[in-house]
Ligand binder design. Structure first.
Ligand code: PEP
Length: 258
């Protein structure tokens, strides 16, 4: 598939995952810098601050092209779930996207394929765009298990997603060995897995529908490697951790959207 077709069919998305990093004054300063210098590019720009600063970020970015995402959520609408945040609450404050199944949530907070599935359903029911993360560990890659790990993650996450909803989903391929390590997958490695993910979507839906789903790469993406990654036909953007924390670094990536 040519890049031209890719651009016609689906959005380029650059999403900054700020994890547990910024304080209120930093959220303010980095978003102000982003807003002041944001170039006019054909890409959807998303920032995911901590829950604590989501309303502050929404206030600062309203009437701007920047979308605000949550880094996770619970699947229930409300109830006795101490410490959790519901899809109803996120929609209530105008959050548009939610990152689900990030490998750090899978590693440290008991996120499983089953909870990701429930959260995808809840996100779609509340008109939140799920950014569904998948990716293999180094050990799984070395044992030749990459395809089985990714297919299980994708099939579970998308089970129950209806034909008219698949277009609303975003997938992020994030090899665990590349997250926060400075080791980026090569453009060819990332393309191979993103194409494999698209083939899984073809098998569950149709070829046409698979071509409408944006698939992002994540794992030490930065201003040096973004351009080669975005040239790959099945890579439609990036989920960016470390290199999105400072507006200057995130802008250097955004400016390279073709
Ligand atoms: C991430 O956490 O989603 C991520 C890709 O992090 P980094 O860019 O720092 O590897």
């Amino acid at each position: 598939m040519s890049k031209e077709r890719n651009e016609d069919m689906r959005k380029t998305i650059l999403a900054g995952n700020w994890k547990m990093n910024q304080t209120s004054s930093m959220v303010h300063a980095e978003l102000q810098s982003l807003l002041q210098q944001l170039p006019a590019v054909q890409a959807e720009i998303i920032v995911a601050p901590s829950f604590l600063y989501i309303t502050q970020a929404i206030q600062l970015t309203k009437e701007s092209p920047i979308h605000i995402a949550a880094q996770t959520m619970h699947w229930e609408e409300k109830g006795a779930f101490t410490g959790e945040v519901s899809p109803t609450m996120l929609a209530d404050v105008n959050v548009t996207h939610v990152i689900l199944g990030h490998s750090e949530r899978r590693m440290y907070s008991n996120e499983t394929n089953e909870t990701v599935h429930k959260k995808v359903q809840a996100a779609l029911a509340h008109q939140l765009t799920p950014i569904i993360c998948c990716g293999e560990t180094l050990e799984e890659r070395e044992k030749g298990q990459m395809e089985s790990v990714i297919s299980t993650q994708i099939q579970c996450a998308l089970s129950g997603v209806r034909e008219n909803e698949i277009k609303q989903c975003v997938i992020a391929y994030e090899p665990v060995w590349a997250i926060g390590t400075g080791k980026t997958a090569t453009p060819e490695q990332a393309q191979e897995v993103c194409a494999f993910i698209r083939s899984l979507i073809v098998a569950m839906y149709t070829k046409e529908q698979s071509e409408e789903v944006s698939i992002l790469y994540g794992g030490s993406m930065n201003a040096t490697n973004v351009s080669q990654l975005l040239k790959q036909p099945d890579i439609d953007g990036g989920l960016i951790g470390g290199a999105s924390l400072r507006a200057e670094d995130f802008l250097a990536i955004i400016k390279q959207v073709p």
